[in-house]
Design a protein around this ligand. Structure first.
Ligand code: AMP
Length: 185
């Protein structure tokens, strides 16, 4: 059973490539961003608490997302593609423990690499098309800063375990999907 982490800066194309990966390997696609946005849309107590944080481009606390993942992993029987998680080293360590409870482990981490000027271009473009409330220039700058300071160390965490696969995230969606398929096998 594969458990794959898709990793990359905001705008690297994680969501798009996730669709290809889950189709190919028949995985459950679990996106913490989507789960959190649903809490906000449903105006749950959690959603109300995290809305301003998310709109500002900051990460929500580790405890909240780890608890969400605990439930998602317990409910899964197919294998999971983790999209947007883990975003801190504490989350990565928690993920190893959560999977170990079910005698599972992270198979590999796919790191989509895209230069920062291209990231900004894509994020501003997406803001125009999708109207996501956290896609504006100030918030994008915050999200990229959170990525650099808190999330980038996660790449080292998986590299140290020999699980990091670097993929060039520039080019057509199909080309990138093809590179990922070849790398995962
Ligand atoms: P995404 O859709 O993955 O770009 O996530 C959108 C926003 O959701 C992020 O900017 C964070 O505010 C929040 N978020 C998503 N995943 C996580 C996570 N693993 N840890 C903390 N915050 C998260």
């Amino acid at each position: 059973m594969k458990n794959i982490v898709i990793f990359g800066a905001p705008g690297a194309g994680k969501g798009t490539q996730s669709d290809y990966i889950v189709d190919r390997y028949n995985l459950n696609h679990i996106s913490t961003g989507d789960l959190l946005r649903k809490e906000i849309a449903d105006q749950t107590p959690l959603g109300i608490r995290i809305k301003s944080l998310m709109d500002d481009g900051q990460l929500v606390s580790d405890d909240i997302v780890i608890e969400m993942m605990d439930k998602a992993i317990a409910a899964d029987t197919r294998g999971i593609l983790f999209d947007g998680f883990p975003r801190t080293v504490a989350q990565a360590q928690a993920l190893d423990k959560l999977l170990a409870k079910h005698s599972r482990e992270v198979t590999c981490m796919v790191d989509l690499e895209v230069p920062s000027d291209e990231l900004m271009r894509r994020l501003l473009e997406r803001a125009k098309i999708q109207g996501r409330s956290d896609d504006n220039e100030t918030t994008i700058a915050h999200r990229l800063e959170e990525y650099r300071t808190k999330t980038l160390p996660v790449a080292e965490y998986y590299a140290a375990q020999g699980k990091k696969i670097v993929i060039d995230g520039l080019g057509s969606v199909e080309d990138i999907a093809h590179r990922i398929r070849q790398a995962i096998g």
